[in-house]
Design a binder for this molecule. Structure first.
Ligand code: CDP
Ligand code: MG
Length: 714
């Protein structure tokens, strides 16, 4: 659904529609928003599986650097380590530090990971390597799950969001001797905003605790920037530096770069042609193709397979591989299928891997000699002018393009075919726009306020977000009642919203649900809005699936549909069977149940009445209080119907459409609120709820200074 249609990708390579909107400002959600993480899609490839664990450890590229790393950590407050995925940064450095005594005297080494799954699997691995039980010497802590023991745990893996939360309880993070942070990966949906705040906070903490060591492991080209950020040396003498960079990269072979002479108007077709050409004319070596989204990848795999079937043996050069094995890789793919891309093929087979940006830094595939780069990437961007977050396909940055090219020269000289002109490359921005500048900052600023950082406009971020984004976020927090007119966190709402493990919009919805008499229902909705896509889309059963799905649909909107799905799941004893029959992802549903339980515990603690509107004889239409609760959180995302069937946002009169996956697609309710905007061919609203405009005046008078009528264009 999120993929740009081929029309979008095709006409004109630099089609403005494919370029980030003006004033592009934010990617990604944080831990505090919808989980974009695909749980089943995290694989770790281990080439030395058959060796003993200690032999495996010694084979890793990082092993040669052990002494040097320990020396640098001794000497510098901050060490930035550059090395590609799989070189051993995450599993080995904590052990080296532990062996060298950094965990003595009750101190702990923390290692943050951008994803929950990464934190847990890596903890498991390290526990295994150290021969200890998970949760004892080595543990992990992620939202909703803590496997550490206060006195015993020496090495603690955690998400960066969670470490951020710990700074609220212990502002100097005093129990940690070393913090290893794995910041932003370039994968489009990687959440990393917490890392950026963490960087800012850690820098502040280091000023008060000079003994605190920070290791920033970075797979990107941003090492110098990070080192500069942490270096407090005010003199010109490098002997006074407090930050150093260490590269454990293996040898990089030269890569020949080829550009298109003329821009293509369809990078998918160009990619397919290029792959087929490589196969016909180039010596053995695997091919890696970079595209933007999972559907695009799947379609392209199919098309390449078709084209490959037409190749006659006479078309091939003697001595080159006879057949092609075409494989997809993206973060939505089941683990077993992901593993396939790492398998070594027989000599007569050339492997072609069609990937999203995940293969840029998040995974490393050996044996790639040819890279085909579409030049595009899909990112989540926030536009402060419209206050909308959207998935958009944008040109990669030069840094990204170079990183992609480098994927081909890991074992011998490589070739990179860029499906754009050299002039286009030169026109690209040099670096990827940091997430901090692309995201909805409301959750972030709320956290900072809760940490006692009142002047958020002066907080030192590695890359400061644009002030327009800051102002938008502050305005929203004020309208949510989290800040007072002096910008101070309010008691209790502001503090409560900061503490809840969901974003302030969902948080407000939950807090309000008690007095509206529907907290049990809103808890389920909040849980469903916190997880990734609930429905699965088998490729060949679209019609059946739609028919099954319609059974949950109601006119009041998708949030009510989510509630129906959740309730039915519970009524059917949470079985896998029920999920299968209804094309619902079982794992995701179990996660929703877990999140709901957690949130319910929070509401109980805050003394929010736990009540149900469904089945309450005093409430004739239970959807009314439920939808009002949704409005109390999502009022900023209100839109109203236009004569042509499209919608305009109430605040800034941007045109929007109901997403085809919405149960309300092809219907025309007068007023709606939505959870997020997805930009593909158009700007689509997701998780749509039908509302009465008067509710906006009733529940968000700060935000809309009007009484239920469309506000004049601002
Ligand atoms: O952090 P970095 O990407 O540099 O590497 P790592 O996570 O420390 O992983 C180093 C190696 O450990 C991998 O290449 C795998 O061989 C192995 N590993 C594993 O077998 N299972 C895991 N869950 C994690 C790592
Ligand atoms: Mg790592």
């Amino acid at each position: 659904m999120e993929r740009p249609d081929s029309e979008k990708a095709s006409p004109g390579f630099w089609k403005p529609g494919a370029v980030a909107p003006e004033g592009l400002c934010g990617i990604g959600t944080g831990q505090f928003d919808r989980e974009t993480e695909k749980e089943d899609l995290f694989v770790v490839f281990n080439a030395n599986e058959k060796l003993s664990l200690s032999q495996q450890r010694q084979r890793l590229p990082i092993f040669k650097n052990r002494t040097h790393i320990l020396y640098l950590v001794e000497k510098y407050q901050t060490v930035v380590i550059v090395g590609s995925t799989g070189s051993g940064k995450t599993t080995q450095i904590p052990q080296y530090l532990h062996e060298a005594g950094w965990t003595q005297g009750g101190r702990v080494v923390a290692c943050t990971q951008p994803r929950r799954v990464a934190a847990t699997t890596v903890a498991e691995r390290v526990a295994q390597e150290m021969g200890s039980l998970l949760g004892e010497e080595v543990g992990y802590a992620i939202r909703f799950d803590n496997k550490t023991e206060a006195e015993k745990t020496k090495i603690k893996f955690m998400t960066d969001g969670l470490l951020l939360r710990e700074t609220m309880l212990d502002p100097l993070l005093s129990k940690y001797s070393v913090i290893i942070a794995s910041p932003r990966l370039d994968e489009a949906h990687e959440r990393s905003i917490h890392t950026d705040i963490l960087m800012g906070l850690l820098k502040k903490i280091q000023r008060k605790r000079p003994e605190l060591r920070l290791i920033v492991s970075s797979a990107t080209l941003e090492a110098q920037k990070l080192a500069d950020f942490f270096n407090t040396n005010k003199t010109t003498d490098p002997a006074n530096d407090t930050a150093a960079i260490l590269s454990i990269e293996g040898r990089q072979f030269p890569v020949d770069i080829f550009y298109l002479k003329q821009p293509t108007d369809n990078y998918v077709h160009a990619a397919i042609d290029t792959v087929i050409n490589i196969h016909k004319t180039e010596p053995p070596g695997d091919v890696l193709v970079f595209l933007t989204g999972s559907e695009e990848v799947d379609d392209t795999v199919e098309l390449i397979r078709q084209r490959a079937a037409e190749i006659r043996p006479g078309d091939l050069k003697p001595g080159s591989p006879r057949s092609l094995s075409v494989l997809p890789i993206y973060s939505g793919l089941p683990g077993a299928q992901q593993m396939k891309v790492f398998q070594t093929m027989p000599k007569h087979v050339r492997k072609v891997i069609v990937a999203t940006n995940i293969a840029e830094t998040s995974i490393t595939i050996d044996g790639v000699v040819y890279v085909v780069d579409s030049g595009f990437v899909k990112i989540k961007a926030y536009n402060p002018a419209t206050a909308m977050e959207a998935l958009v396909v944008v040109p990669v940055a030069q840094a990204g393009a170079d990183q992609r090219a480098g994927r081909s020269g890991r074992q011998r000289p490589g070739k990179c075919y860029r499906l754009y002109t050299e002039a286009a490359y030169r026109a690209m921005r040099v670096n990827t726009i940091p997430e901090m500048q692309r995201t909805d900052l409301a959750p972030v600023l709320l956290q900072l306020k809760a940490l006692g950082i009142d002047n958020v406009l002066r907080f030192e971020f590695p890359t400061p977000p644009p002030s327009q984004c800051m102002m938008r976020a502050l305005e929203l927090l004020y309208a949510l009642g989290a800040l007072d007119e002096y910008g101070k966190l309010t008691q209790p709402i502001g503090y409560t919203l900061a503490e809840l493990p969901v974003g302030p919009t969902l948080g407000k919805m939950l807090l309000k649900s008690g007095e509206l008499g529907c907290s049990e229902e809103v808890l389920s909705i909040a849980a469903m809005l916190s997880v990734q896509m609930v429905f699965v889309y088998p490729r060949d059963f679209r019609n059946t699936v739609d028919a099954v799905r319609k059974r949950f649909a109601v006119f009041e909107g998708d949030t009510l549909t989510w509630l129906n799905v959740f309730n039915e799941f519970m009524r059917n004893n949470q079985t896998q069977k029920w999920c299968k029959e209804h094309y619902v992802n079982h794992r995701v549903m179990l996660r929703a149940v877990e999140i709901r339980n957690q949130l319910r515990a929070y509401l109980r603690r805050y003394k929010v009445p736990l009540v149900s509107a469904l089945g309450n004889p005093d409430i004739p239409d239970a959807t009314v209080p439920i939808r009002k609760a949704v409005v109390s959180g999502f009022f900023a995302n209100a839109a109203f119907l236009q004569p042509d069937g499209s919608y305009k946002t109430a605040k800034s009169h941007q045109t929007l459409h109901i997403h085809p996956s919405s149960m309300l697609f092809n219907t025309t309710p007068a007023w709606v609120v939505y959870s997020e905007v997805v930009s593909t061919t158009k700007n689509f609203m997701r998780d749509v709820t039908v509302i009465e405009p008067t509710w906006l005046a009733e529940l968000a008078s700060h935000f809309y200074d009007w009484k239920g009528k469309p506000m004049p264009k601002t």
